[in-house]
Ligand binder design. Structure first.
Ligand SMILES: [Zn+2]
Length: 558
């Protein structure tokens, strides 16, 4: 099967997040689509972010020809700073996405990245394939899919998408698909499975907030809205709402300010839109609350976010009170319920009116960026792919999406539910699973000090220490015997036991080993002394505290 075009997902097929897929040509050229991150649940102590393992690229010393990035969400660009230096190659994407990547690289001090802006519907030719990006509707501007043409067949990679005729994009996703494939056959379609379990079609962006405008018209308090900072369409919706309500928009949150500035520079937000925004937050005190609309980060309850600051610390020039309305214009990412709950409780104490979750009677306050079943079906019917590979989802999301594809006309035997590390081959319209490479399916944890595999001893030790704490004993002895020149030095971190207990037990252990040595008429070597003390202290902690704790013992001779 050396003549096949190979599609190998390293991430995103088995989870929602960390999307990364390799496209490999028969000539062994490798192109990488997206390089995303996944945010850890709170049980992974010390893990800031999770990224796909690149062991496969390392093992085969692969030098990619290019990176193709569909859009600027973290689950598509969040891993780039970790891998770009090692796998340098030109990065192709739209302007807004490249600006987000450039800002990210600046934070990571990555210099001289080759960033190439490409224009949707214009084909870029590479040595073994051609790629035409096309716009899709999504919750971030300039999101794209790719139409990849090769001698082995044509691939339609949808990226993240929904269908929304009300977004300010040039095209709706369906018009865009028509335009990019323009009658050419689609031999393989890769499509976003995030919402494959949601029936029908979600509300459109344009339906958000009209009801809120009505109810806010006579309201005297401030309107506070929190959403994802990259959702510039939502910022635009809030700006429009504020305009109608004759309110000035203020921004709170670093990433929101950064993304606003990029959207302004790229021209996604018009001068008229930007005019409604007052960038100097300190000027908020110049306005009465009825003239204020405060947009902020923190819809997931994140510490250090704009909303968290406002709710728990209040701003110097702005204090929340019971006359204000706080709108959560975002979905709750599973796992964030507790942090959001902290904010909601504090808001309840302050007495603000809070809109959280879908307000059926008042119109939607948030819509998803990912298509529901109807959208998925419409796109499949339009593209009429010979073969179908669901991506971006847990296994059951992928399986459900494969069923949707069958309902939309794709043959059952041509629907491939592929997990990370499995290779789908495409040749002359025919697709087939070629192999499974378990080592290509791992995850790496980004912790202080670098990237670690979950089985790496450093990560495992950290995880253990977070559960148990650590005790350390240092003995300073004179000459070659075991006569200490000072009491044992005991340091404990996170162990619920008094150090004086451990000092006493260390002295007891020391005496015991002296007695044993005298009986055996043989001096114990240093290693035996260290191990004897370690075991004695470990059993002391187990007896006193009820659990085993790592203990280090140092024997220092002076
Ligand atoms: Zn996305």
């Amino acid at each position: 099967m050396n003549e096949c075009l190979r599609v190998l997902p390293l991430g995103g097929c088995g989870e929602i997040g960390m999307n990364m897929t390799l496209i490999q040509t028969p000539g062994k050229q490798t192109y990488i689509v997206d390089s995303g991150a996944l945010f850890p649940d709170p049980s992974l102590v010390g893990v800031k972010v999770i990224v796909p393992s690149v062991a496969y690229l390392e093992k085969h010393a692969i030098k990619p020809e290019a990176w193709f990035i569909t859009h600027g969400h973290e689950d598509h660009i969040g891993a780039l700073p970790f891998f770009y230096e090692r796998f340098r190659a030109p990065i192709y994407s739209t302007r807004f996405t490249l600006e987000l990547i450039a800002a990210k690289f600046e934070n990571y001090k990555i210099k001289d990245a080759e960033l190439y802006e490409w224009t949707p519907y214009h084909t870029t030719h590479f040595s073994a394939l051609s790629v035409t990006p096309f716009y899709v509707n999504h919750s971030i501007p300039q999101a794209t899919g790719f139409f990849i043409e090769s001698p082995q067949g044509n691939i339609l990679h949808m990226g993240d998408f929904r269908i929304d005729e009300t977004l300010p994009d040039v095209h709706s996703t369906t018009q865009s698909i028509k335009k990019v494939i323009s009658g050419k056959p689609v031999h393989l379609m890769l499509s976003d499975s995030t919402n494959s379990f949601k029936e029908g079609h979600d509300s459109d962006e344009g339906e958000i907030m009209p009801e809120l405008v009505k109810s806010m018209a006579t309201h005297k308090g401030a309107l506070v809205v929190t959403s994802f900072s990259s959702n510039i369409w939502r910022l635009q919706t809030v700006i429009k709402t504020a305009k109608k309500l004759k309110r000035k928009v203020f921004l709170a949150g670093r990433s929101l300010n950064k993304n606003f500035s990029i959207a302004k520079d790229v021209g996604i937000l018009s001068a008229e839109d930007c005019h409604v925004v007052e960038e100097d937050l300190s000027k908020i005190s110049d306005y009465s609350k009825s003239e204020v609309c405060l947009m902020c980060t923190g819809s997931q309850g994140e510490i250090y976010s704009g909303l968290h600051n406002i709710v728990f610390h209040q701003l110097k020039d702005f204090t929340l009170s019971e006359q204000d309305i706080v709108v959560f214009s975002a979905r709750t990412i599973p796992g964030n319920e507790k942090t959001i709950d902290l904010i909601l409780n504090k808001l309840a104490k302050i007495g603000c009116q809070v809109l959280y979750g879908h307000q059926k009677d008042e119109g939607p306050i948030h819509v998803s960026g990912h298509g529901y079943k109807q959208d998925l079906e419409d796109c499949i019917k339009l593209a009429r792919p010979k073969n179908f590979m669901p991506v971006h989802g847990t296994y059951r999301h992928l399986k459900k999406h494969a069923e949707i594809a069958q309902e939309a006309g794709v043959q059952k035997e041509n629907c491939f539910v592929i997990e990370n590390g499995m290779v789908l081959g495409l040749n002359n319209e025919k697709a087939m699973i070629l192999e499974s490479i378990p080592s290509a399916a791992g995850r790496l944890y980004s912790c202080a000090g670098g990237l670690f595999h979950s089985s790496h001893p450093i990560y495992k030790t950290r995880l253990l220490l977070s559960e148990t704490g650590l005790a350390s004993i240092t003995l300073v002895v004179q000459g070659q015997g075991l006569k200490t020149i000072c009491p044992p030095i005991v340091i404990t971190k996170g162990v619920p036991i008094a150090t004086k207990v451990l000092i006493k037990e260390a002295n007891i252990a020391l005496k015991k080993i002296v007695v044993i040595s005298q009986k055996k008429k043989r001096k114990a070597d240093d290693e035996t002394v260290v191990q004897f003390l370690r075991k004695h202290i470990m059993s002391t902690i187990a007896r006193e505290c009820g659990y085993k704790c790592p203990v280090t013992v140092v024997l220092q001779r002076v």
